[in-house]
Design a protein around this ligand. Structure first.
Ligand code: DHE
Length: 504
């Protein structure tokens, strides 16, 4: 059913119910609590009668958290370019648009359920594991491919990392977020969307293999080190969901609760390869979980933490979890064997530990993290857990990146008036040695190196944006490839080898 057919059939239903309203009467009704009818008539065909999403994204307060109300109103009025979302300014008047905007930011009147039955019935397998040829349909170094997520029009570009040329561009689910996760051999990739969709994609055949919706509002996904399982972490509902990585069949549904029955959102989940486990931190309950899979079921080991944890990071041996406290004022180091907190880190600016990186400095391992609320990068000795240097930056940052073979680490200044700048840090002097401003007035953010650490890609985070290729040594720009709000970039080799300068 296409969009118009879907709208037409909904209108017919509402007509039969005597609920189809037009013109000024519609405005009156919208004002007086009948916005739900208006929603059903105008929006439900794409966004679902219960606002859980369909062809369009879910329209619930949790899912809209990052969109300002005024922007939502603008989208309803004008539409969203390059998407199915048409403008409604000729169909609805200002009051109706305002009423609809208010409506979608209100919690629904009934509790939304996304449990085992809903997850199972959402699954679609278009190409079962083993049904597609094993030969790639293109020629390139399969270990030096990049995936670039373009959030402007919800697409992904596959890029040849030797030639630095796009190979293929394909549509993604709405609002992919977090790093896509590769299978250990780099052939398959799993994408997670904020609306809870997991997509398995065969890079060799350039085809979507399977999709399943794990939750209503999802945080991120992790793939086990052996490539056999995918674990999804949700905000809504309070759950984690285990899948067989082959065809995304659901194996286990894990309500996220403590012994007293209080439930929690999940801050994030990551694979911990040397431990053959997953580690998750809970956002509303002071616990971190280690999850192993036995007989295709999840087994949870709980660790009580001294504080609520946001995003986190590991030391290279996965002995310690380094977590950001939710109060935004400090970090904690938790020994994953004992579950005890072994150190506290003075990180007052809400560290973004998920984008921390590590390197060797004067014979010891250090890690560096930007901060969401301070123009600073903290560099921490991973033996003593002391902050050995705080670099002042031109504003709060989001992402950091480097590569074992590169002398430099790159850090953006995502927030504030200097968001168009990027700092380059010398990893041996711990000084900012250069600040670039590649496209004045446009956010420059998120870097990823190629497998050799010789070139890197930087995003110009704009609908009329680009990725810029730099020489990692001379720091000279080599070329620009136009893209639609490119966000993260993910190199196959760096990811599957857990390269020290990239995110995991
Ligand atoms: Fe992200 C990764 C949390 C907002 C772009 N972000 C992550 C991860 C977490 C996280 C836990 C790691 C998941 C993984 O890779 O498996 N992000 C959060 C937040 O809590 C925050 C601040 C608020 C929120 O809305 O959720 C947030 N993130 C954003 C954005 O606004 C960004 C800039 C644009 C967007 O797409 O929403 C954004 N986040 C990203 C990107 C990654 C990411 C590109 C992957 C980075 C990587 O290199 O791996």
């Amino acid at each position: 059913m296409n969009l118009n057919q879907a709208r037409a059939s909904l209108n017919t239903i509402l007509l039969i119910a005597g609920a189809l309203i037009t013109g000024p009467a519609l405005a009156e009704q919208a004002k007086s609590q009948n916005t739900e009818t208006l929603y059903l008539q105008q929006c439900a065909a794409c966004h679902g009668p219960d606002r859980l999403g369909g062809m369009g994204p879910a329209l619930l307060p949790e899912n809209l958290g990052r969109l300002k109300k005024a922007e939502a109103e603008q989208v309803i009025r004008e539409g969203r370019p390059a998407t199915q979302m048409a403008g409604y300014k000729t169909i609805l008047n200002d009051q109706q648009i305002a009423a609809l905007t208010d409506f979608i930011y209100q919690p629904p009147s009934h509790e939304l359920k996304w449990g085992e039955a809903e997850i199972r019935s959402s699954r679609e397998v278009s190409h079962p594991q083993g049904s597609l040829p094993d030969e790639p349909v293109f020629e390139a170094d399969l270990m030096n491919l990049f995936l670039v997520v373009e959030i402007g029009d919800h697409h992904v570009t596959l890029l040849d990392g030797d030639k630095m040329e796009p190979i293929h561009r394909f549509p993604s689910r709405f609002a992919l977020h977090g790093g896509p996760k590769y299978s250990p051999d780099g052939r398959y990739v799993y994408f997670g969307s904020r609306d809870g969709w997991i997509t398995k994609y065969d890079i060799y055949n350039l085809k979507v293999m399977a999709e399943v919706r794990a939750g209503i509002n999802m945080r991120n996904i992790a793939v086990s080190a052996d490539g056999n399982y995918v674990l999804a972490a949700n905000y809504l509902p309070h759950s984690m969901v285990l899948f067989d990585a082959a065809n995304l069949e659901m194996l286990d549904f894990i309500p996220v609760e403590n012994d007293a029955g209080d439930s929690s959102r999940v801050s994030a989940v990551y694979a911990a390869p040397p431990r053959s486990s997953f580690i998750a931190a809970l956002k509303d309950i002071p616990e971190a979980w280690e999850i192993t899979v036995e007989n295709r079921e999840a087994k949870v080991r709980r660790m009580t933490t001294d504080t609520l944890l946001d995003d986190f990071f590991f030391d290279p041996g996965y002995q310690h979890l380094i977590g950001a406290a939710r109060d935004g004022k400090h970090g904690v180091v938790i020994d994953l064997d004992t579950g005890n907190t072994t150190a506290e880190l003075p990180l007052p600016g809400m560290p973004h530990l998920g984008s921390g990186i590590t390197w060797e400095y004067e014979g010891r391992r250090v890690m560096a993290t930007p901060h969401f609320r301070a123009g600073a990068i903290s560099i921490i000795d991973m033996d003593t857990w002391e902050v050995i240097k705080t670099l002042k930056t031109e504003g709060p940052g989001f992402f950091m990146r480097s590569h074992e073979n590169s002398r430099y680490a790159w850090a953006d200044v995502f927030f504030g008036p200097n968001a168009d700048k990027v700092h380059i840090i010398d990893k041996q002097t711990l000084e900012i040695v250069k600040t670039l401003q590649p496209e004045p007035g446009k956010v420059a953010a998120h870097v990823e190196f190629d497998r050799h650490g010789e070139k890197l890609l930087l995003s110009i985070w704009d609908n009329e944006g680009a990725i810029i290729v730099y020489d990692a040594d001379t720091l000279e720009e080599e070329k620009r490839i136009p893209m639609n709000k490119p966000s993260g970039k993910y190199n196959v080799w760096n990811k599957i080898n857990y390269e020290e300068g990239t995110s995991h």
